[in-house]
Design a protein around this ligand. Structure first.
Ligand SMILES: NC(=O)c1ccc[n+]([C@@H]2O[C@H](COP(=O)([O-])OP(=O)(O)OC[C@H]3O[C@@H](n4cnc5c(N)ncnc54)[C@H](O)[C@@H]3O)[C@@H](O)[C@H]2O)c1
Length: 229
């Protein structure tokens, strides 16, 4: 069934690769106009072009989710170009695989800054645009590691646990504006990053179809119609 996002405008952060790219492609396939954002310009532009080439509507905007000024620019450019904002997918994130006793203070700070603060800024700063559209939906990509304990990912798990409860708090606080907030908690999923410090171990995990997790998620998570709640 296609077209479930027809008429909707969505922002996907960290959309240059991996799951963010998959989110952007599926939203576009369902009819949304998609703004792909990322710190990685060339790869992000390629995703927007991939959507356009397939007949969809998309553009790329360079965006560091830790920077308020970047958020303001992304939101302004989105509304200027597409007229409104209905959906925000806070997907950008990093993973540093280290046990607690080996995690440097700077690694903790960077993980919390991107994964937790970046999500906070997105929820807070996008809320006025979502409200102006008559309400909307925020989807925060947490992780199974935001729910359970596991070895060698202390900072990451703390950041994804923060995303989980931030989402609950935001859902309560933003409900009065007609904005729904959900967190999503994927397990280990195939991706395309080559950076060493920001890498998932796939040694014990079959490399799967990048759309696998998405195919298991209800797109109603992203929709904004009250009937989909
Ligand atoms: N891959 C998995 O197994 C898995 C499992 C559970 C949750 N997640 C979460 O899903 C999301 C995507 O994961 P992925 O595996 O596709 O990651 P990925 O590393 O492939 O992609 C993450 C993207 O975020 C971007 N990014 C990093 N820092 C940024 C910043 N400051 N501002 C804007 N963009 C930034 C990167 O450039 C990259 O394009 C992350 O939040 C991750 O924690 C992934």
């Amino acid at each position: 069934m296609a077209g479930r996002m027809s008429g909707k405008v969505a922002i996907v952060t960290g959309g240059a690769q991996g799951m963010g790219r998959s989110h952007a492609l599926l939203l576009a396939a369902e009819g949304a106009k998609v703004v792909v954002t990322d710190v990685r310009e060339a790869a992000g532009k390629a995703v927007a072009e991939e959507i356009s080439d397939a007949g969809g509507s998309a553009r790329f905007i360079t965006h560091d989710v830790t920077q308020s000024a970047d958020w303001q620019r992304v939101l302004e450019e989105t509304v200027n170009e597409f007229g409104k904002l209905d959906v925000l997918v806070n997907n950008a994130g990093i993973l540093i695989l280290k046990p607690l006793d080996e995690t440097a203070e700077e690694e903790w700070d960077r993980t919390m800054e991107i994964n937790a603060k970046g999500t906070f800024l997105g929820c807070k700063l996008a809320a006025p645009a979502l409200q102006a559209a008559g309400g909307g939906s925020i989807v925060n990509i947490s992780s199974i590691y935001g729910l359970i304990g596991a070895p060698s990912a202390a900072a990451y798990q703390a950041s994804k646990g923060a995303v989980r409860l931030l989402s609950k708090a935001a859902a309560v606080d933003l409900a009065k504006f007609g904005i729904r907030v959900n967190s999503v908690h994927p397990g280990v999923t195939s991706r395309h990053s080559s950076t060493e410090r920001n890498s998932w171990s796939t040694a014990a995990t079959p490399r799967s179809n990048p759309g696998l997790v998405l195919s298991r998620l209800s797109v109603s998570k992203w929709n904004t119609e009250p009937a989909q709640m």
